[in-house]
Design a protein around this ligand. Sequence first.
Ligand SMILES: Cc1cc2nc3c(=O)[nH]c(=O)nc-3n(C[C@H](O)[C@H](O)[C@H](O)COP(=O)(O)OP(=O)(O)OC[C@H]3O[C@@H](n4cnc5c(N)ncnc54)[C@H](O)[C@@H]3O)c2cc1C
Length: 384
Amino acid sequence: MRGKVGVVGAGFSGAVIARELADAGYKVIVFDSRSHVAGNCHSERDPETNIMLHVYGPHIFHTSNEKVWNYIRKFDEFMPFVNRVKALVGNKVYSLPINLMTINSFFGKALSPKEAAEFMGLIGDQSIVVPLTFEQQALRFVGRDLYEVFFKGYTQKQWGLHPSELPSSILKRLPVRFNYDDNYYASAYQGIPKHGYTFIVGKILDHPNIDIQLNTNFERGMAGDYDHLFYSGSIDSWFDFADGRLGYRTLDFEVERHRGDYQGNAVINYCDQHVPWTRISEHKHFAPWESHDSTIIYKEHSRQCGAADTPYYPIRLVNDKAQFARYVELARAEQKITFVGRLGTYRYLDMHVTIAEAFEVAERFLDMQKSGGAMPSFVVDPLA
Ligand SMILES: Cc1cc2nc3c(=O)[nH]c(=O)nc-3n(C[C@H](O)[C@H](O)[C@H](O)COP(=O)(O)OP(=O)(O)OC[C@H]3O[C@@H](n4cnc5c(N)ncnc54)[C@H](O)[C@@H]3O)c2cc1C
């Protein structure tokens, strides 16, 4: 038996690191302040309808990383699912991401891919050479009409900021397609676990070398008991918010129950600014292989994260990044602790990226143990 390792957080980051080290012979104790494992990916069956609920918002697994895809499928069967998001604007429904169907139905045309590319080139604002803001990026690539309808109101609701105050990098994740491909993700593999994410994480953590302590908030004073600590909680909380709270958006879910089929799709975005929610998720449609007479929908509202709220999306504007850089400096001076995951590194991470980074962290730790080197506070550069 090797040394004793503490892991804070039983989401994908903590679970995968714990499992890799347990397999290598380490005794690992995993803490989570919540009453369940799987972090924000937690899913549970509604006791009344038996519908699988994505409790902290919809999660679709997608990746082009073979290693991650092969790994995750060892813990549950993945059922085919393709995320096809719709957008409601006024009383019209469009296809997202913006594709040939969106362009043709919005402008009442029947353009071919080549014609659409030419048309978009004409309506895009070519005077913007290097887009700096989200607004400039959108105006350049989709023009004012599509920007106003699909991006402006939605973005203001999602981020609480005008698109002219947001960096252009946010829009790079929403490409325009000149064909009818409406698959939201461009990944090689996509699916939903048959028994849910909490089942998977429970199985990852099911190992004789792993102890799990739920309902336990891990504090600095508890660190001394461990040869090394992996911390997937928020970095600012580790330092008792010495430099203030990092900016996050949080989400509120307005849950409704209905009979039958409410919206006919898993996710519909509401782009109009006067509609208070950003999107509606209808959870039974994430499991199209199941059949349910009733339905449960989540109307998703985004707002600034307060001290008592769950942090969801890191804001990472210029000021937030500078504040985060100061926390990184404090973290780099710490010994025997590595900050990991979405909260530990203050980044938005998809599940597959989280898992791939967790492999990297565990591998580095095992290498350092062999070579006698010191494990760094970060394995991935969090400021990159
Ligand atoms: C609304 C939303 C939708 C998303 N949809 C997708 C999607 O469709 N596909 C996709 O790939 N990814 C999606 N993601 C990203 C996904 O949620 C993350 O990749 C994943 O949660 C990261 O795992 P993690 O372990 O780093 O963090 P988390 O899941 O947040 O786990 C961290 C855990 O640490 C615990 N913790 C924190 N501090 C302490 C402490 N001091 N003591 C004890 N425990 C503590 C927390 O309770 C939490 O359980 C989505 C994210 C959001 C916000």
